[in-house]
Design a protein around this ligand. Structure first.
Ligand code: BGC
Length: 455
């Protein structure tokens, strides 16, 4: 096989890296920032691996200028980061924190000076704790709170930022945070999950509409977690379990935005969402996104399990399947990205962008380098799968690697390392991994790496 080059993807294909505020910024109380649900959750005992927290993370709040220089030196031209709502509105509403706004102004301006396109995610899971005290995503009031926040962000940053993503992975923050209780705010059960789903779906649509109304030229997307699902067997029970899980993991948040409503037929428990539906909600959930962000890391094998409430489906653990696994315990299966691109293409979406994909390893630095050949191999294989989809006419316009620098990986703390750059967390020293250097060489071939849509 000929070696893959960035140009194979076309001159407008957009190459970047993704990050999120809580996972990199640190500085949880600096300059007037208010607490988020993640500040609270990580400081409750027993929630996070070894009781770690994001208090320092990568100290990006202090080191952003050097980090962006480093990013630029690797030839990365698109930087996806999220805004911390409580850094901007410490209590979630009303009182703005000018120092927080200034921080993001500096990040954006530094990007532009370095010829890096900033891509903003409005919500990557760090809800202001003050709003959680009022029910957070379970309270319908969040529609108003979110409007206030979005409006402020587009007014402050919209003069320089073209690319906006409304939510990051609503399935994960509602499922893990409001049903399983393993992510912040640690709530459980359908009584929390269902309203959280509905309000997040509404905010996704409303957020899109608001950005559009304020910034007519903005390029607007939202990002969706997805898993390539295979049934453990051809037995009808396993096949039905797979389609229930598909409705939950891959369709629940996207289909309402496309005007298809919730996938109730394949997952009947979702009919209970009707209890939360108000007049004209179906309309408000719809938004014509310029692009859909796909975030895929693995494949899952699904089997029927009577004992799992509502969904009666279970995953066969990767460890039991004798397949290669990442430091997250996820199967390393590069082909899954191809299948997800093909799947989402069936909806006739204008543009698909892989806004996250990556491989976590337990990288160990030697004196001068971090030898992560497995990550390079993974990247080559994933990109070949992206190209395969593109050649079959899937409109895939970009790939963002997760993530730039080893960071705070939510409930797993610091042990899974996804970065192209190694972070020595104690001393906050950065070291570009072999994969970072590989990426740099790969990107050198891009002629106009500015991304699609831009003239
Ligand atoms: C999230 C990231 C996370 C990554 C790896 C995605 O679910 O958006 O914040 O770090 O996956 O787990």
């Amino acid at each position: 096989m000929n070696e893959l080059t960035a140009l194979d993807f076309g001159p407008d294909f957009c190459w970047g890296v993704s990050t999120a505020a809580y996972q990199i910024e640190g500085a949880p109380q600096a300059d007037g920032k208010g607490p988020s649900i993640w500040d609270r959750f990580t400081h409750s005992k027993g929630k996070i691996y070894q009781n770690q927290n994001g208090d320092r993370a990568c100290e990006f709040y202090y080191k952003y200028a050097d980090d962006l220089q480093l990013l630029s030196s690797l030839g990365i031209k698109n930087f996806r980061f999220s805004l911390s709502w409580p850094r901007i509105l410490p209590e979630g509403l009303i009182k703005t924190n000018e120092a927080g706004i200034d921080f993001y102004n500096r990040v954006i301006d530094s990007c532009l000076e370095l010829d890096i396109e900033p891509w903003i995610t409005l919500y990557h899971w760090d809800l202001p704790q003050a709003l959680q005290a009022r029910g957070g995503w379970t309270n319908r009031e969040i529609l108003n709170w979110f409007e206030v926040y979005v409006m402020l962000c587009v007014r402050k940053f919209g003069d320089r930022v073209r690319y906006w993503m409304i939510l990051n992975e609503p399935m994960v923050f509602t499922g893990a945070g409001y049903f399983l209780g393993v992510h912040a705010p640690g709530l459980k059960g359908l009584k929390n999950f269902l309203p959280a789903i509905h309000h997040a779906t509404l905010c996704q649509g409303i957020g899109g509409q608001m950005v559009r109304s304020e910034l007519s030229s903005a390029i607007i997307g939202s990002t969706f977690s997805c898993s390539y699902l295979e049934s453990a067997s051809e037995r009808e029970k396993d096949l039905l379990a797979t389609s229930r899980l598909d409705a939950l993991l891959n369709r629940l948040f996207l289909e309402p935005a496309l005007g298809l409503g919730y996938p109730i037929k394949d997952l009947p428990v979702l009919s209970r969402l009707e209890n939360y539906l108000q007049q004209s909600d179906e309309q408000r959930m719809i938004f014509d996104f310029d692009f859909v962000g796909i975030q895929n890391y693995t494949r899952e094998i699904v089997k029927y399990n009577f004992w799992v409430p509502y969904i009666k489906a279970d995953l066969v653990k990767a460890a039991e399947r004798e397949v290669p696994v990442s430091a997250m315990g996820w199967e390393v299966y590069p082909e899954s990205i191809y299948h997800m691109l093909k799947k989402y293409n069936q909806y006739n979406i204008k543009s698909l962008i892989i806004t996250e994909n990556g491989l976590a390893l337990n990288d160990e630095p030697s004196s001068q380098s971090v030898k992560d050949e497995r990550r390079i191999e993974y990247l080559e294989q994933v990109l070949a799968q992206v190209l395969r989809a593109q050649k079959e006419d899937v409109p895939v316009d970009g790939y963002f690697y997760w993530t730039f620098i080893d960071n705070f990986e939510w409930a797993e703390g610091y042990y899974p390392r996804f970065g192209l750059v190694y972070n020595q967390h104690l001393e906050q020293r950065r070291m570009v991994k072999q994969s970072g250097l590989w990426w740099q060489t790969f990107l050198q071939q891009t002629a106009t790496p500015k991304g699609p849509f831009v003239q």
